[in-house]
Design a protein around this ligand. Structure first.
Ligand SMILES: *Cc1c(COP(=O)(O)O)cnc(C)c1O
Length: 379
């Protein structure tokens, strides 16, 4: 089955008792048993819930995986992956990681004896140089947030295989419509479902998908043991959101391209970071592993003044000043003071998150209106 058909049909079946075409919201904590141990596959909703189950199957299908698990947030999904490790294990991760992932790794897991290396993954040799016998996980985010660097997933998979480590890819920015890490050799793919999969800025959720049965057992064991599960109502909303994922991402890509091309010609703008430009340093890798370049764009302003950036994010009218991304509506953000505020200034500046950096999550409104809005704010 092709993507659009899977997005709409995978994991969902008309309700057997009523014929309802949409998966019901099974708002229940427990399930009645005919006799001890004689149940219909559901015992307790932390462990399993039919609405969540349908969504987990659906997300697994669109990522070309066998096993899916949904969590209360993207960070809860990441937390599950790190809990597969043991004290003494080491993780190699990108140096311009999503701020929340960085905080989870540094301030929560380091004290349990897991060591993290944050490196520039654009050159696979840099990653290889950090591999040792304790390396158990390579954590990749591509495109990266907010610098839109592209990391070669196949190259990371081959390093991970040689090291005997797992490769997990945070596929939040690309979405399964544009990139499928499992097909490129990753062991686990992770999503902040909050973003494009939900797509309507009304749910916080995370997901993991894998193909390996042993990994899936650990994933479900940790999901059930730590209990960071997602709710039936939210599962229903995301099932609905995913039905239009392909259409939404197509428009995100079209609008992203129009806005990126507008921004590069603007006299007040210095650099524009968008992987669709042939001049982007990793454009060839992006072409190889992605089917489109998405609607996430970052840019800096000439002179690099904090006040200029703050003025622009305040003056826009259609773009909403907010954290998050991936919804139908366009958002604008200032990473240095918002999403990346928890990362020390010297650390963030090294990776390009300077004071005038602005990040756009280009929505699916009319591109002309979005360009007019930015034109006015930049004037
Ligand atoms: C938002 C985000 C996360 C965290 O997800 P939550 O749903 O907010 O917990 C992780 N990675 C990336 C790339 C994100 O954008």
């Amino acid at each position: 089955m092709k993507f659009a058909t899977k997005a709409i049909h995978a994991g969902v079946h008309p309700d057997e008792s009523t014929g309802a075409i949409m998966t019901p919201i099974y708002q229940t904590s427990t399930y009645v048993q005919d006799g001890v141990g004689n149940h219909k596959g559901y015992e307790y909703s932390r462990t399993q819930n039919p609405t969540r189950h349908a969504l987990e199957k659906n997300i697994a299908a669109i990522e070309n995986g066998n096993f899916g698990a949904c969590f209360g947030s993207g960070l809860a999904a990441i937390d599950c992956v790190i809990k597969m490790l043991n004290p003494g294990d080491e993780v190699i991760s990108t140096n311009d990681l999503y701020g929340g992932s960085y905080r989870l790794f540094k301030t929560i897991f380091e004290k349990y004896g897991i060591k993290f290396h944050f490196v520039d993954m654009q050159d696979p040799a840099t990653v290889e140089a950090h591999v040792n016998e304790n390396t158990k996980l390579i954590w990749v985010e591509t495109p990266t947030n907010p610098m839109m660097n592209i990391i070669d997933i196949e190259a990371m998979a081959s390093i991970a295989r040689k090291a005997g480590a797992m490769l997990c890819v945070d596929n939040t920015f690309a979405t399964p419509y544009l990139q499928n890490p499992l097909d490129l050799g990753a062991d686990i793919v992770m999503h902040s479902v909050t973003k494009y999969l939900g797509g309507h800025s009304d749910v916080v959720m995370g997901a993991l998908v894998c193909n390996d049965e042993e990994i899936s057992k650990e994933m479900y064991r940790i999901q059930n043991s730590t209990g960071a599960v997602t709710a039936p109502m939210d599962s229903f909303l995301v099932l609905r959101g995913i039905k239009t994922l392909h259409l939404r991402v197509q428009r995100h890509c079209e609008n992203g391209e129009k806005l990126a091309n507008f921004l590069v010609t603007h006299p007040k703008i210095d650099k524009v970071y968008w992987p669709g430009f042939p001049t982007h340093p990793n454009h060839e890798v992006a072409r190889k592993q992605m089917r489109g370049f998405g609607g996430m764009i970052s840019f800096t302003m000439k002179g690099n003044h904090l006040e200029d950036a703050l003025e622009v994010v305040k003056k826009v009218e259609i773009f909403a000043l907010a954290e998050s991304l991936g919804g139908v509506e366009s958002l604008i953000g200032h990473p240095a003071t918002m999403t990346h505020a928890s990362i020390p200034k010297e650390v963030r500046e090294k990776t390009g998150v300077v004071d005038s950096l602005i990040r756009l999550s280009v929505g699916i409104e009319d591109a002309d209106d979005l360009i007019a809005d930015l034109t006015k704010a930049l004037a």
